[in-house]
Design a protein around this ligand. Structure first.
Ligand code: FPP
Length: 277
């Protein structure tokens, strides 16, 4: 399905191109997930209302998405609105965020088409207001045949509730097929997650410096590399995505195994296990 066509490196800015030139194309991540944080602090620093931070944050969403599509990133997943945001933020802020989302989808649809970007969503989106769901469905349908970057917006999303939803789906399947729970595998859980159709993120970026996961993609990030920047989301641009990817490429991913430079294992493992009884 994923087919970016020709890469559009020539559309990067000069600064972005300079960083892109240092990257190893064969080691680009397939999936980048981002916790977009710091809209409120960005606004506070400028004595502006929080709303303006969100508005500026929506501009960052578009710029980062376009850079991702130019470099041929297959999957970009953004934490746009959490279950906790929905429950714990003032109603006025929640309704502003919903209006901003609708407006964002409407005004950026043509740019999504021009960039071959497909829009999808994860989360308990059926709990959002009908007019918001309608606009979301409209944008997803309009971009469904695009074959470049898939931009997934996590909306009314929580990692734990995703696992609960997956468990409910899996339990129903087991019951219907009359299967015993000891037959459950990790693959079965994966099939019932909202993200069943995509690979796990290679890289998770969090803006504005907090060192936490905030209930984001909890199952999927088991082996994901994490990159935290102090920069607030409204100041985050394509160049910062490329910097995070450059940092990612300097990491050694081990998936619980040994690294390439681990040297010889000195002890005879058999001797240790027999000594341990
Ligand atoms: C955190 O800022 C960010 C959010 C609440 C969600 C992200 C929302 C956007 C980027 C707005 C637009 C998105 C789309 C897809 C149109 P915060 O308010 O928690 O910041 P703070 O921690 O500094 O208060």
């Amino acid at each position: 399905m994923y087919n970016p066509g020709t890469l559009r490196i020539h559309e990067l800015t000069d600064d972005e191109r300079a960083i892109y030139a240092t990257l190893k194309p064969e080691r680009l991540p397939e999936h980048v997930a981002i916790i977009m944080d710091g809209n409120g602090r960005w606004a506070g620093q400028r004595s502006l209302k929080r709303f303006l931070g969100h508005q500026q944050g929506a501009k960052s969403v578009q710029m980062v998405t376009e850079t991702a599509s130019r470099i041929g990133l297959p999957w970009l997943t953004l934490y746009a609105f959490s279950l906790e945001n929905n429950l714990r933020r003032p109603r006025a802020e929640v309704s502003f965020l919903m209006r901003l989302l609708k407006n964002y989808l409407e005004t950026n649809l043509q740019r999504m088409m021009d960039n071959n970007v497909r829009i999808r969503y994860i989360g308990r989106t059926r709990e959002l207001a009908p007019d918001v769901q309608e606009k979301m469905a409209w944008a997803a349908e309009a971009t469904a045949r695009n074959t470049g970057t898939t931009l997934t917006l996590a909306l009314n999303y929580g990692g734990r509730s995703e696992i609960v939803d997956a468990m409910r789906g899996l339990a129903a399947e087991m019951k219907q097929k009359n299967l015993s729970p000891d037959r459950i595998t990790e693959e079965d859980v994966h099939r019932h997650l909202y993200t069943a159709h995509m690979p796990d993120p290679d890289l998770l970026i969090r803006t504005s410096g907090e060192m936490r996961l905030s209930n984001y993609l909890l199952w999927q990030i088991a082996y994901t590399e994490i990159f935290v920047t102090e920069r607030y989301w409204p100041d985050f641009r394509g160049i910062h995505l490329l910097e995070a990817i450059a940092d990612f490429q300097r990491r050694e991913r081990r998936y619980g195994g040994l690294g390439e430079d681990c040297g010889e294992v000195e002890e005879d493992p058999e001797r240790i296990s027999s000594a341990a009884g």
